[in-house]
Design a binder for this molecule. Sequence first.
Ligand code: PMP
Length: 300
Amino acid sequence: MAILPFDDRDGWIWMDGKLVPWRDAKLHVLSHGLHYASAAFEGERAYNGNVFRLRDHTNRLINSSRILGFELPYTAEQINAAHREVLRANGLTDGYVRPIAWRGSEMMAVSAQQTSIHMAIAAWPWPSYFAADKMNGVRIGIAEWRRPSPETAPVHAKATGLYMIGTMSKHKAEAEGWNDALLLDWRGRVSEATGANIFFVMDGELHTPTPDCFLDGITRRSVMSLAKKRQIKVVERPIELRELAHASECFLAGTAAEVTAVREIDRYRFAPGAITEVLMKDYDDLVLQSPEEVAKMVAA
Ligand code: PMP
């Protein structure tokens, strides 16, 4: 399948405070963010003209930037308004939205105290990450790379630097014929996939790893609220790989993946079933609600 290159498209990108033609949204090669990964980003989806849980995504971007040591030069309100501008300018009501903030070119060394902070927001159509496999179930291999401990990396920031682990792991998994990779954490416990959190159904309960060294995803938290509304018991706890033998169902949860069933992880097999199906449907319904309704639904 031919992919339309991301730098050769029509449309508008919000960059440093204003909309610029898509092809002109460029930065200098000597940008600190490129060389030293001093950058934080978000991955969001718009449904029916509203970015799902926009306030939570914007707050996470602000927080990720602070963890990396910089302050965004815009308020949350300005960032949220910029999202609406981008969607409108590109004629999108549904699609993927990618805000990113990075350190600029004033300094080119590890120390970057005097760099300016830049920000851009782009949006494009992106129907489904795992497309036809959402209920059928994806197949996941186990990565050689592990999620680092919170003492080793800023694990709660959506920081670009952390994604080198994901890309290396995903590429190897794809080369071996899997759809994605499961990352273990530095202790060898189950953590998450390369771009989504993971859930298991064990004895009718929903079990998910404690997010102590990876993103506590916005989709993850939404799914946990939905499960509780369905009287499904949710258990956050450390999960060992060998316990996967006792899981009947497994699914991924993330902005891009939404709720996607998993049918295989290495030698473990799952049968996408009733709990995955109901939470997939509840999530698909939730994202179409108004922001006020969503806030109410996930407040639990
Ligand atoms: N983990 C990783 C590594 C991710 O990239 C994502 C996607 N942002 C998630 C988990 C899920 O987070 P969210 O539900 O907030 O999209």
